[in-house]
Design a protein around this ligand. Structure first.
Ligand code: GCU
Length: 337
């Protein structure tokens, strides 16, 4: 199985070439029956990830429900570029879908930032309700006109900080630490409010950047941490659980518009159903990921999150500037137990 770590040194050199080959060859189409439309879908992590598995299940159901007219062709491991690049491919119609983290979409509509506010969800069940209740439908449709639409959201669990050297127990331990964050202003600000310095970069570069000392660590969920073997370079996992960032399944706008109406409805319904499947798969995978990391030398330190929460309060208020953001925040909070 291909791990990001193994393609890292070469990824910038080969990614474009691989992506071009995949896009030009229509790779996978040969296996599809005549008349099947394959939806090229970019994914930045491995086949082990619960999101990948949810996409496979979505594809199977879509293929069955449309009598073989549509299926997904999923390209994992950043082979179609990092999330920023793959979102551009979706916008241009070179591919049909991608999973991208919410902070990337925030760059198109600031209201998305509410979905990745520090401590906005109380727990995974709260987040599941928000993603499946329909309260996000108008937000998801709001990027129409920019070439893509959000069709559903997946969980990526709670993110925590992990470092080389020593565990982080309170905000003062973060001082002077360079921690990789996703490519968004909100994530950089979040790291500052936690006491450290956020360094934005694509996921594929993180392992080697920590290894080479460019970074002191990163922040992510346990599944990504274990799957990408980042425990090898940053073995101190401190459970700050500072943010539960949504991952968004985005689709090319004109592809959706051109679909037959019945097929489009099926597509939308099954995409939404894949969210429920994905939450279940995530929950099942979590303990195993922690165990894999521990078995490979990671130390998990339980952290008192209150000082981090306190320090993030000004950021939370600063993130709720527009009436839409405030209304969305209220709707999310109403769904908490
Ligand atoms: C999580 C998330 C991804 C994101 C990654 C990252 O794994 O699920 O969508 O790309 O974090 O930190 O880049």
């Amino acid at each position: 199985m291909l791990h990001l770590k193994h393609v890292l040194p070469k990824i910038s050199l080969v990614a474009t070439a691989v992506a071009a080959t995949i896009l030009l060859s229509g790779c996978g189409d040969d296996a599809a029956p005549a008349g099947t439309v394959t939806l090229k879908t970019a994914f930045n992590q491995s086949e082990n990830n619960p999101q990948y598995k949810a996409l496979v299940s979505f594809s199977d159901k879509l293929e069955a429900a449309t009598n073989g007219r549509y299926k997904l062709e999923i390209h994992p491991n950043e082979l179609l570029g990092d999330q920023r690049a793959s979102l551009e491919l979706v916008q241009s119609g070179a591919i049909q879908m991608a999973v991208v983290a919410n902070p990337l979409v925030e760059n198109f509509n600031k209201n998305f930032s509410v979905l990745a506010m520090p401590y906005v969800y109380d727990n995974p069940e709260h987040q599941r309700k928000v993603f499946t209740s329909g309260v996000l439908d108008s937000l998801f449709a709001s990027t129409k006109g920019t070439g893509f639409e959000v069709v559903t959201a997946y969980t990526a669990g709670a993110r925590s900080v992990y470092t080389k050297g020593a565990a982080v127990k309170n905000p003062s331990d973060m001082q002077g630490k360079k921690i990789r964050v996703m490519q968004s202003d909100t994530m950089i600000k979040m790291l500052s409010c936690m006491g450290g310095t956020g360094v934005p970069m694509g996921q594929g570069e993180v392992y080697s950047a920590i290894q080479q000392g460019v970074l002191d660590g990163a922040e992510n969920n346990e599944i990504t941490y274990a799957d990408l073997k980042q425990y090898e370079v940053a073995p101190y996992f401190s459970t700050t659980r500072h943010v539960m960032v949504a991952d968004l399944l985005v689709a090319n706008e004109s592809f959706l518009a051109k679909m037959d109406e019945g097929d489009r409805e099926l597509f939308r319904k099954l995409a939404k159903e894949s969210t429920q499947t994905q939450f279940e798969l995530w929950d099942k995978a979590l303990d195993g990921a922690r165990q894999v990391a521990k078995d490979n030398g990671a130390t998990f330190t339980e952290v008192d999150i209150k000082p981090f929460q306190e320090r993030c309060k000004p950021l939370q208020s600063a993130m709720l500037t527009t009436p839409e953001q405030k209304a969305l925040y209220e709707k999310i909070r109403e769904l908490a137990e």
